[in-house]
Design a protein around this ligand. Structure first.
Ligand code: ARG
Length: 400
């Protein structure tokens, strides 16, 4: 019998998918849950897939890999889609899909399946990764194919003894990993309305944030955050600590209209305290350690990098080439940045680095000044030469 590796979350859609794919395609289902930092009971999820009918069910902890190979690259590129969304879901999908491909190879499976609908970005990200890494494997996208309403899906589940969440459950569709939490659907789909407080889980509202600020010092080594307040920490621990600290001050809430790859504009909410804090500190350290030209040029490529990640093009030559550029820029992005968290705001307030390009003697207006102001005259003379020539030519225009 052919085998299919299904990206399994433990939710209703992918549980129904186990039964639906097995029947429709006459294949054995291998359910795979990948832990990229969402806190949930993975053993219960593993057992559930078996109960529903998977011949094998496995959980792979990919938190370190997510941090080392994906988040750190995102940080180097100051990853932010449309200036607001730290693209954390987009960043995790290629890792999920890659892990699926690895399992499929080990098990000699011919099919890869995911539970995404036909309207979102995630289907594109999964399948573009499959195409890049395993073009010979076949894709099954049950939620895009089965044409069931929510009610029919629940009916189907009940008929096949698939557990259905009791009560009304969450009115939102949520995706969570180390780098953030996204909230979609329900009343959020009305962009004219402020989102209800119950959409937020990681962050308090500004009104409920403490009056006293918290300061946290983040140490970077070549663009990678490695310590908080002098304490070295593993990446995933550092990130979750910052999520807690930032969330308590209402840092990292995003409420935006976003352009999906499939052409739809959608209303999205995100909570990403750690990403907000780390990127604020990282950009600040870059301003201290990168030369002006690199600092001014890099954002052009960052824009492209964010698009590429969002569009699911992780496993492409362009992403690798851009990573090469980003890595080169990070060689001296080492040092400490102190960030102040207060009432929803997160602000770098102090920084230092062995590679600091800040020179007090050049910058000061005090007695320690070593800048030769007389040299400015000749500089400006040549700098302004094109302006002077333009003015002379302009005077010769007939209408002047
Ligand atoms: N709009 C975001 C993105 O495309 C979040 C998607 C969340 N995915 C989900 N299946 N709930 O990256």
């Amino acid at each position: 019998m052919d085998k299919c590796v299904l990206a399994y979350s433990g939710g209703l859609d992918t549980s129904v998918a186990i039964k639906w794919i097995a029947d429709r395609y006459n294949v054995e289902i291998i359910a795979l849950a990948v832990d990229v930092g969402e806190e949930k009971n993975y053993e219960a999820i593993r057992e559930k897939a078996e109960k529903v009918g998977a011949v094998e069910s496995l959980v792979i902890d990919a938190q370190d890999e997510f941090f080392n190979d994906f988040i750190t690259r995102g940080i180097a590129a100051n990853l932010m889609y449309e200036h607001k969304y730290p693209a954390f879901t987009a960043l995790a999908r290629p890792l999920l899909a890659k892990t699926q491909v690895e399992v499929a190879r080990q098990r000699n499976a011919q099919y890869l399946a995911h539970g995404c609908t036909g309207k979102g970005n995630d289907q594109v990200r999964f399948e573009t990764t499959y195409a890049a890494l395993a073009p010979q494997m076949e894709v099954i996208a049950p939620a895009r194919e089965w044409d069931m309403t929510r009610e029919q899906e629940i009916e189907y589940a009940q008929k096949h003894n698939i557990p259905v969440p009791v009560g009304k459950g969450s009115p939102y569709s949520v995706d969570t990993n180390l780098w953030g939490r996204s909230i979609e659907c329900g009343v959020i789909e009305d962009p004219t309305q402020e989102p209800p407080e119950d959409a937020w889980l990681w962050t308090v509202g500004v009104a409920d944030a403490p009056d006293e600020p918290t300061y946290v010092q983040i140490e970077f080594d070549q663009g990678v955050p490695v310590a908080l307040d002098g304490e070295n920490m593993a990446g995933p621990d550092l990130i979750s600590r910052l999520n807690t600290m930032g969330g308590a001050h209402g840092v990292g809430r995003v409420n935006m209209i976003e352009n999906r790859l499939v052409g739809i504009k959608s209303r999205e909410l995100y909570e990403a305290p750690a990403a907000t804090i780390v990127l604020e500190a990282h950009r600040d350290l870059e301003s201290l350690t990168l030369d002006r030209e690199t600092l001014h040029f890099k954002p052009y490529l960052e824009l492209r990098y964010a698009e590429l990640v969002y569009y699911g093009l992780w496993y492409t030559p362009l992403r690798e080439a851009l990573d090469g550029f980003m890595a080169e820029t990070q060689k001296r992005v080492s040092g400490q940045v102190t960030v102040k968290l207060h009432k929803g705001r997160c602000e770098a307030v102090a920084r230092q680095s062995d590679y600091s390009m800040y020179d007090y003697g050049l910058a000061t207006y005090d007695a320690a000044d070593v800048f030769d102001q007389s040299a400015a005259e000749g500089f400006i003379h040549i700098w302004s030469l094109p302006a002077r020539i333009s003015a002379q030519v302009g005077r010769r225009l007939p209408d002047e």
